[in-house]
Design a protein around this ligand. Structure first.
Ligand SMILES: Nc1nc2c(ncn2[C@@H]2O[C@H](COP(=O)(O)OP(=O)(O)OP(=O)(O)O)[C@@H](O)[C@H]2O)c(=O)[nH]1
Ligand SMILES: [Mg+2]
Length: 199
């Protein structure tokens, strides 16, 4: 798939306000600051499409975008940063869970993990939540430009070990070098064409 255009559609917190267009949908899920919004910009090929920032908690709403007039892309708030204001922090996890529960058009979720970290209960819980609802998850290691080749291989093995997935199931990405873009686009193509699991 080539990206011909990518537009912002709306930001909301409530399932009642989610767009009803019915396009195959792809969501980016992960901890605050893992690089969700940057990855969407990189895949879109538009630097300022989504707001990003060095402080965690930049994305506070569920943001819907449309690629090529027929693919829905969703940027979610992150989770897991202790120093966010309390009211925001408490909203994020239910917001993500309600989104997953409500969204019948969700074909595949990209679950992002910083290549320098180990997954923990948050990532495991999200993957369980998704697969429990029949939604496939693609695990994407982010910020791969920040590690040496050796550390990348070691950290990738650790991440896969922790999550109990085969090493060829982990995708590598960098918003800086654009690594991973073609694979993410290929997954979007593949899962857009497939009927949704269970339907
Ligand atoms: N070097 C490098 N920096 C990155 C990469 N991806 C994101 N960043 C930086 O990491 C910070 C967080 O990126 P965001 O894309 O805002 O992260 P997010 O997951 O959307 O964060 P929240 O919206 O707070 O949940 C920013 O300073 C980005 O420039 C990457 O691949 N490489
Ligand atoms: Mg963000």
């Amino acid at each position: 798939m080539k990206i011909k255009n990518a537009v912002f559609l709306k930001s909301t917190k409530k399932p009642a306000d989610f767009p009803a267009h019915g396009y195959p949908e792809f969501a980016f899920i992960g901890r605050s600051n893992v690089g969700k919004s940057s990855l969407i910009n990189m895949v879109a090929g538009i630097r300022g499409l989504v707001k990003t920032g060095s402080r965690p908690g930049v994305t506070t709403m569920i943001n819907f975008f449309v690629f090529n007039g027929g693919i829905s892309i969703v940027d979610l708030p992150g989770f897991g940063y202790a120093d966010l204001p309390n009211d925001l922090k408490k909203q994020f996890l239910p917001m993500i869970k309600n989104y997953i529960a409500a969204r019948k058009t969700l074909r595949l979720a990209f679950v992002l993990i910083d290549i320098r970290r180990k997954p923990d209960d948050f990532e495991r819980g999200m993957i369980e939540n998704l697969t429990g609802k029949g939604i496939p998850a693609a695990i994407v290691a982010t910020k791969c430009d920040k590690v040496t080749k050796g550390n990348r291989a070691k950290n990738a093995a650790d991440i896969c070990g922790e999550l109990g997935i085969g090493e060829d199931s982990l995708f590598f990405s960098s918003a800086k070098t654009r690594e991973g873009r073609n694979e993410i686009l290929r997954l979007m193509d593949e899962f857009s064409a497939r009927p949704k699991a269970g339907s």
